[in-house]
Design a protein around this ligand. Structure first.
Ligand code: ATP
Length: 511
């Protein structure tokens, strides 16, 4: 990433996504709807490539993982048994004056302490610089109130840690004034709907907040197909819905998003820590294989005392987004909790019979769970570069380029006739397009000067460009006839290759 720390990198990515048809605000003509996004022509291809790579690597190329596509709306009892109806909540705070809502754990506050005495409170929203921003606000507070004495270091806490007597004194992030924030209360993030014609309690159902429960609920059915032996995994890709209190950071936190999850079932006496480590490493390697910069990745182990009681360990793979280091992929060791819960609630056994050890047990599970949209954003952040390249007249200019991995790039190759008003060039270029099209996404472009056409493709991450010129037509002699210029996006190097060799050269490089 060229400018990983620059504050405007995110703005540049958002604007590129809109301008070039990757991502639009949903329902924009009606003013948009917060937390929902549409993927345009190039965004759809990019998403599909991410999903396909994951599916190929996670399911098709392994003997021990099978696929599943369960329904989005399931029996409401699924979500009671899983604990979502009772506990899938975030702590919510209202500002009574501005009517804005906040997630309590995203509001940070500190007392302003001068000469050992608390003289007020300051607040900021979660950011990369919480302590610095709180200190700046504390200094400004002291100046404004003309308080003399020594300002002591700030003590950042999030709003869930506020004592009842502190709450009326903590300023609202919306108004900057104290007295309007409510105490935090649990807000369930599941979207409710009704199934059937009646709109009463008995018809309530939920849009799934994760795909994982499908794998637990169908565990028995998949076991009964006889295709799988422990250890094995069930994988699924699909939409999930969470009524997030504060969707933000572009597609990072949305209310409708897509997940790629896998439940890996192991024996109850197997070494769960070994499998946990195996899947953390697998996920990390996979992210690098689709073009995410290794140096922007890190790991975060959840503190044991903050884990759910059944959880043995959770590690998140973190990515350094322009707005901070955030969770990209969570890898959780969940013990036998989910299968046991569904077994109790449904009355159906969820056991596996090991016919070698002659033993029956409820398998334990390791769950790598990731969002397609968060991967897509991490890929864009890793790939966005501004460098210098010569224009038509050889003068250096800034070039925006998405250095997308060819596996992931929405368009693999662009085909250009040098001039659009020469029918022989156009005909030949269209032949090249038709030759490549059955094997990869090809974009044919004959509009404007060739340099500008290259730039347009650099900006959307097309790794290769093929130009058909007068040499192709044999005008400089028969040895160059039926050869084209193949340009590589990152190095901008051009080589002359035979049309008959093109497919053989390109195919291994884009797969
Ligand atoms: P967070 O703490 O960021 O809300 P989470 O820990 O609740 O995430 P999980 O329930 O573990 O997330 O979901 C698994 C993965 O699904 C996350 O690692 C993330 O990639 C993705 N994900 C979760 N919530 C969202 C969302 N609102 N928008 C986009 N992706 C999401």
């Amino acid at each position: 990433m060229a400018e990983s720390n620059s504050a405007d990198l995110m703005d540049k990515i958002v604007s590129l996504c809109k301008r070039r048809g990757f991502i639009f605000q949903s329902s924009e003509i009606y003013g948009g709807i917060n937390g929902f996004w549409d993927y345009g022509p190039l965004g759809v291809e990019l998403r599909k490539n991410i999903r396909d790579c994951w599916w190929n690597d996670m399911v098709r190329r392994r003997d021990d993982v099978v696929g599943l596509e369960s329904s989005i709306i399931m029996h409401p009892k699924v979500w009671e048994a899983s604990g979502h109806v009772g506990g899938f909540t975030d702590p919510m705070v209202d500002c009574k004056v501005s009517k804005q809502r906040f997630r309590a754990d995203q509001i940070f506050f500190s007392p302003v302490i001068v000469d050992g005495k608390t003289v007020g409170y300051v607040t900021v929203l979660e950011s990369e610089r919480i302590a610095e921003e709180l200190l700046e606000k504390a200094e400004a507070f002291k100046r404004k109130k003309a308080i003399q004495g020594k300002l002591e270091p700030v003590q950042p806490k999030d709003f869930t840690e506020a004592k009842p007597e502190e709450i009326p004194q903590i300023p609202s992030p919306a108004t900057g004034e104290p007295g309007s924030l409510t105490p935090p209360r649990a807000f369930n993030m599941m979207f409710e709907t009704y199934v059937g014609a009646l709109r009463d309690e008995s018809a309530v159902a939920y849009l799934r907040p994760e795909t994982a429960q499908g794998m637990f609920v169908d565990f028995k059915a998949i076991l009964d197909t006889g295709r799988v032996k422990i250890p094995f995994g069930i994988a699924q890709v699909g939409k999930s819905f969470r009524n997030e209190i504060t969707p933000r950071n572009f597609i990072f936190r949305s209310r409708e998003f897509e997940q790629m999850e896998m439940e890996y079932f192991i024996a109850d006496d197997d070494d769960w820590a070994k499998w946990h480590r195996y899947w953390i490493d697998w996920c990390r390697e996979w992210l690098i294989s689709v073009g995410i910069s290794a140096e922007l990745l890190s790991e975060y182990d959840h503190a044991k005392e903050k884990l759910a009681f059944y959880s043995k360990g959770t590690t998140d793979i973190m990515f350094k987004y322009p707005f901070g280091v955030q969770e990209l992929w969570g890898i959780a060791a969940r013990g036998d909790y989910d299968l046991t819960q569904h077994s109790k609630a449904s009355g159906q056994p969820m056991e596996y019979f090991d016919d070698v050890k002659k033993k029956r047990f409820v398998p334990h599970v390791i769950e790598p769970a990731v969002g397609v949209d968060r991967i897509l954003l991490a890929i864009l952040c890793s790939a966005y570069v501004e460098d210098q390249a010569p224009d038509e007249k050889g003068k250096m200019e800034t070039r925006t380029v998405l250095k997308l991995h060819p596996r992931i790039a929405p368009i693999k190759v662009a085909v250009f006739p040098l001039l659009k008003n020469k029918p022989e060039l156009v005909k030949k270029a269209q032949e090249v397009r038709d030759l490549l099209r059955p094997y990869m996404t090809v974009f044919y472009d004959e509009a404007s000067a060739i340099g500008r056409r290259y730039r347009r493709q650099d900006e959307v991450g097309t790794p290769f460009g093929v130009t058909i010129d007068f040499d192709t037509l044999g005008e400089k002699g028969p040895e160059l006839a039926d050869t084209v210029t193949l340009r590589e996006r990152d190095t901008m190097k051009q080589e002359r290759v035979k049309i008959s060799d093109l497919l053989g050269i390109l195919l291994p490089r884009v797969r």
